[in-house]
Design a protein around this ligand. Structure first.
Ligand code: PLP
Length: 422
């Protein structure tokens, strides 16, 4: 359905060499120049660029198979419904979830976490109950828990990280108490690149009898995720970081947990029947999908899933890890540059500071050289506090980046040093 010819062009057999030039050809935006220089896009952790297969899917939906879903008996509605439910099945397979009813389409990871915090939290949290988070969470895995904490009286407990940005697993175990109710932890840190030992985190959570929510936003584009193998209770990610559209994301939840949770938002689509006296709710996953969904977005997310699985996540990870190692080595040779986040298990993200130069200034100079990076606190202010820096420069890699781009980056950094004589 969503496999255009360009999509097929990137698909190579498992043993084939990773043909990054062919992959790049699938991403029209990458051939642009900015300020007269070739675009070097190192900001995929903020949002990834889109392959032709995803762009084509969006166009195809609106040109040929668009109508509102689930309610219409007419041909177009049924076709759009089939396409959207087909995408749900692709996401199910992508995460290796047991059933499609465990796949809830949301706007993104942020909405997925807010949904669980609000719905599961309202039903399960009491004053004095404890929620375990880590010190390297994105704000979207902190603030929703604070909000539900304000409403229920539950409090946060924070797992510390060491100087490399590795989670302190001994401290994690010690944080559990009879009041612990849930754990919510990232799979990959967006500020540091640390890959957390998520299966072990979940195992320990379960040993203490509590569910674990995994923020998989930075993991889904880089690692092969199997929610049943790691036994995650909830797993969230955003489509736009997985080469899909913005405004669509996924909440995976075990059916028994989702079934027991009250609806998050009320409205159309999520009901079974409505009277002024009583409303009954639709079955999963629709109970959590109030209102008209992002139809074209969900379908195009299916195309994005096809695209990355066509290349293969194991191959993507191997390629990106080699690129990260190369970039780490080359940046390590730059005078006065300090990498923030040096955990043994890292992926796709390289954060750093340069003595005496503010990250925003670095970002501005790099930009004029055609290099796009993110500078700031990366929505992870507690991480900045932990490393006592106001901000970092963050290079983040996607499946389309190259060693030549890393070289261009290092050259652009020389320009920064020239200007600041760092
Ligand atoms: C680790 C992590 N969690 C959550 C989010 C929030 O994602 P979104 O803004 O797509 O909802 C991000 C986005 O940067 C992230 O990196």
């Amino acid at each position: 359905m969503n496999a255009g010819s360009e999509f097929k062009s990137a698909v190579q057999g498992p043993a084939a060499a990773y043909d990054v030039a062919r992959i790049r050809a699938d991403f029209p935006i990458l051939s642009q120049t900015v300020y007269g220089k070739p675009l070097v896009y190192f900001d995929s952790a903020a949002s990834a660029q889109k392959p032709r297969a995803v762009i084509d899917s969006i166009v195809r939906t609106y040109e040929t198979e668009y109508a509102n879903v689930h309610r219409g008996i007419h041909y177009m509605s049924q076709r759009a419904t089939e396409a959207m439910e087909g995408a749900r099945e692709k996401v199910r397979a992508f995460l290796n979830a047991a059933e499609t009813r465990e796949i809830v389409f949301v706007r993104g990871a942020t909405e997925g976490i807010n949904l669980v915090a609000a719905s599961w939290g309202r039903a399960n949290l009491k004053p004095g109950d404890e929620i375990i988070l880590s010190a390297m969470e994105h704000h979207s895995n902190i603030v929703p828990w604070q909000l539900i904490g304000e409403q229920t009286g539950a409090v946060l407990r924070v797992v510390p990280i060491d100087d490399t940005g590795t989670l302190d697993m001994a401290a994690y175990e010690k944080l559990f108490s009879p009041r612990t109710r849930i754990v919510a932890i990232t799979h990959v840190s967006n500020a540091l690149g640390t890959v957390t030992p998520i299966a072990e985190i979940i195992r320990i959570g379960h040993a203490h009898g509590v569910p674990v929510l995994v923020d998989g936003c930075q993991a889904a584009p880089h690692l092969s995720v199997d929610v049943r193998a790691i036994d995650a209770d909830f797993y969230v990610f955003s489509g736009h970081k997985l080469y899909g559209p913005s405004g669509i994301g996924v909440l995976y939840g075990k059916a028994a947990l989702l079934d027991a949770m009250p609806p998050y938002q009320g409205g159309g689509e999520m009901i079974d029947s409505v009277t002024f006296e009583k409303t009954t709710y639709a079955d999963l996953p629709f109970k959590f999908e109030a209102g008209t969904p992002h139809i074209a977005g969900a379908i195009a997310l299916g195309a994005a899933v096809d695209y990355v699985t066509g290349i293969g996540l194991a191959r993507i990870r191997a390629y990106e890890d080699a690129l990260l190692a190369y970039a780490t080595e080359r940046l390590g040779a730059i005078n006065s540059l300090r990498i923030i986040g040096t955990a043994a298990d890292k992926t796709a993200i390289l954060s750093f500071v340069l003595d005496g130069v503010h990250p925003h200034d670095i970002g501005t100079i790099l930009d004029r050289e055609g290099v796009a990076v993110r500078t700031g606190h990366h929505c992870a202010q507690p991480v900045m506090d932990r490393f006592d820096v106001p901000a970092t420069v963050r290079m983040s890699f996607g499946l389309y980046n190259t060693r030549e781009e890393v070289d261009a980056f290092v050259k652009a950094m020389a320009r920064v040093q020239e200007i600041f004589r760092a």
